[in-house]
Design a protein around this ligand. Structure first.
Ligand code: AMP
Length: 295
């Protein structure tokens, strides 16, 4: 596995790997596939699961590690965001990556970008409402990374369900030749969704943070009742459960059609329904969600 820090070196290395695969297959018609997994780093088993999936489904696997300043608000944790490139590089290698791309901020943004990829409507709610500009930053950097890596498939976690919707939207709107592969959320044994930010939690916050997964499982069972709890009632029940944790401060609990992010009038509506939440424990903001599938 190779770790690369410049765009030119990464592009050349991926092209060389493709040439080598074609030579090994003794066929110019053979087109090796590239799987890509972008990350902010400070990896956990959730990240690793995405890399392993990319490894199973592609000839060449690229992982990027880049804490993207464009997606952090002025009062957010860009400077403090946990970083450990050495450990991440080892984990990526063990999970089967061929290349780890670790650009500097200057390499990605040699000058302030005047071009922003800005997805409309579906970014007005949930994390888009709580974190203005966040999804512009995500969409812009992911579009740049797609143009650098030129992947056939790119792997994203459904823990960030709105992010997946945003990426699928601009990829389709801009006709980018990449298939987005949504992947399931990895959880700790007690149900807490894995997140690089979990390291910020103190012992009490960490213990109480399990209410998030509990609230989502409760929501799943309540919404399965065909007698019909309304979306408003379900939202209340979720909030009540979260508030049993004294340290939990709710940012939002929302129930939306997925991926349109439109209001849902009934939990029996057909299609997919996203139940998403963001809750602060101390200074740490955690998100989690579940997706209901209706016939
Ligand atoms: P991040 O480094 O937080 O930007 O995450 C990189 C990718 O890993 C994103 O596509 C996330 O959705 C995904 N991811 C983060 N946490 C998890 C998790 N617990 N399970 C599965 N995927 C995850």
């Amino acid at each position: 596995m190779q770790a690369l820090t410049t765009i030119a070196a990464l592009r050349e290395a991926v092209q060389a790997a493709k040439r080598a695969k074609r030579r090994a297959a003794a066929s110019d018609a053979y087109e090796p596939t590239v799987g890509f997994m972008p990350t902010l780093g400070y990896m956990h088993a959730g990240h690793v699961s995405l890399i392993e999936r990319a490894r199973q489904e592609n000839d060449i696997v690229v992982v990027s590690i880049f804490v993207n300043p464009l997606q952090f608000g002025a009062n957010e944790d860009f400077d403090k965001y946990p970083r450990d490139n050495e450990r991440d590089t080892r984990l990526a290698k063990e999970a089967g990556a061929d290349f780890v791309f670790i650009p500097s901020v200057d390499e990605m943004y040699p000058a302030p970008t005047k071009t922003i990829v800005s997805v409309q409507d579906i970014t007005d709610v949930l994390c888009g409402a709580s974190r203005p500009g966040h999804f512009d930053g995500v969409a812009t950097v992911v579009a740049k990374l797609f143009n650098i890596v030129l992947p056939d498939k790119a792997y994203f976690g459904m823990k960030d369900a709105q992010q997946v919707a945003v990426i699928e939207q601009f990829t389709a709107d801009l006709n980018l030749p990449v298939t987005i592969v949504p992947c399931p959320t990895f959880r700790e044994p007690d149900g807490l969704a894995m997140s690089s930010r979990n390291v910020y939690l103190n012992a009490d916050e960490r213990r109480q943070a399990t209410v998030l997964n509990e609230a989502l499982r409760l929501a799943e069972s309540l919404s399965a009742d065909p007698e019909g709890i309304t979306p408003g009632q379900l939202r209340e029940r979720i909030m009540e459960h979260i508030q049993t944790a004294p340290l939990a401060v709710i940012d939002y609990v929302e129930i939306k059609a997925y991926p349109s992010m439109e209001e849902v009038s009934s939990l029996q509506d057909s299609g997919r329904i996203l139940i998403a939440l963001a809750v602060k424990f101390g200074k740490t903001r955690l998100i989690d969600n579940t997706l209901l599938h209706r016939g």
